[in-house]
Design a protein around this ligand. Structure first.
Ligand code: ADP
Ligand code: NA
Length: 330
């Protein structure tokens, strides 16, 4: 039997992915290649919904793709492409927008949050219709599964509703995607504010570990990571979020269990743990940085890989769009 199809996307909005992106999402992308027919997309159309720099957009998509290949996405086993190279995405989004209720779209909490931050006059219509484009991203590939974190649940729910609605209005066309819940998904917190998630929009760069930054810089951030006043190394995400976050990162990157680490650091101090974690991070990022540089040193070859990905994606997307257009009456 054919492997189930998985779809996921990530924005090229920063020059490097951070450890939260990797541990919460991208490492699962890599793992899912074994069990699924994977379609992964650098969503540059989504990246222009809240203001952007035209001069760096294309390069950011390349840097994003280079990191994804460096992390282990295999262009032969899975399909990695850049969204703007597959025009079927906005084409299907228009059709889906026409069966989305205005009130329904208005209830998306991510839009409410983001537009509140920007001010309602500055928030774009693109930011408002973002979840509809996201639905098109997923439905074009007839994805069975979509790996989602808590923050994307509502958007996936909309994708499911739109698939079902389209199918019942116009006839069976789309696979209704299910959330792919990954067990033990690590939620990584900000090193300077362990109650907030590590995020590129975080207030202090010292709170984020970027995959492409100098290991010495990461080591410094780890050294000054906020922990609590206690001295004992125990895992307690509620009571000791700072040290627990460091243990989570350590465990995920080294493959050693949390319990094993807690036992190994019995009687030792935070300084010992931080020093060792900095080495674990360095050993992890060094080969990734080398491979990323390798891809970026040959942009023509990288663009060729992405063109190949877009071609594979388009073969599927255009067939789906053709059916959807026919059903609608075009
Ligand atoms: P950011 O929060 O830096 O803006 P995105 O929202 O673009 O990152 O998230 C991209 C992917 O990385 C999503 O799948 C998201 O769930 C995951 N992710 C982002 N930050 C973290 C984190 N701190 N811990 C775990 N997963 C994260
Ligand atoms: Na975000």
């Amino acid at each position: 039997p054919a492997r189930p199809r998985v779809f996921s996307g990530i924005q090229p909005t920063a020059d490097s992915f951070h450890l939260g992106n990797y541990l919460g999402a991208l490492r699962h992308w890599v793992a899912l290649q074994d069990s699924h027919d994977a379609f992964y997309c650098v969503v540059d159309l989504h990246a222009i919904t809240a203001g952007h720099e035209p001069k760096v957009l294309k390069q950011r998509s390349r840097v994003a793709a280079a990191q994804l290949f460096a992390l282990g996405l295999d262009p032969e086993r899975s399909t990695l492409f850049v969204q703007s190279q597959v025009p079927e995405h906005p084409q299907l989004a228009w059709v889906l927008g026409c069966i989305t209720g205005f009130g329904e779209a208005s209830r998306m909490t991510q839009f409410k949050d983001k537009s509140q931050k920007q001010g309602s006059d500055r928030a774009s219509v693109g930011l408002f219709t973002y979840p509809i484009l996201q639905a098109a991203d997923i439905l074009l590939y007839q994805a069975n599964a979509v790996p989602v974190g808590e923050d994307q649940r509502q958007h996936l729910e909309l994708s499911r509703d739109l698939a079902q609605r389209f199918n019942s209005l116009f006839g069976p066309t789309f696979t209704v995607p299910a959330p792919h819940i990954v067990k033990d998904t690590a939620k990584i917190t900000d090193l300077q504010d362990p109650t907030a998630k590590m995020s590129k929009s975080s207030s202090s760069p010292a709170g984020i570990i970027d995959l492409l930054e100098e290991p010495a810089r990461s080591a410094k951030k780890i050294r000054s990571a906020v922990t609590d006043t206690g001295r004992e190394i125990v895992f307690d995400a509620e009571g000791k979020p700072g040290i627990s976050n460091l243990l989570t990162i350590y465990s995920a990157l080294s493959g050693r269990g949390i319990d094993e680490l807690v036992a190994a650091y019995d009687g030792k101090g935070y300084g010992d743990l931080k020093k060792d974690l900095a080495e674990v991070v360095r050993d992890f990022v060094t080969p990734i940085q080398e491979r990323t540089r390798g891809y970026l040193d040959d942009p023509a070859q990288l663009d060729k890989l992405l063109a190949h990905g877009a071609e594979k994606a388009r073969a599927v997307a255009s067939a789906t769009l053709r059916t959807a257009y026919e059903r609608v009456g075009f």
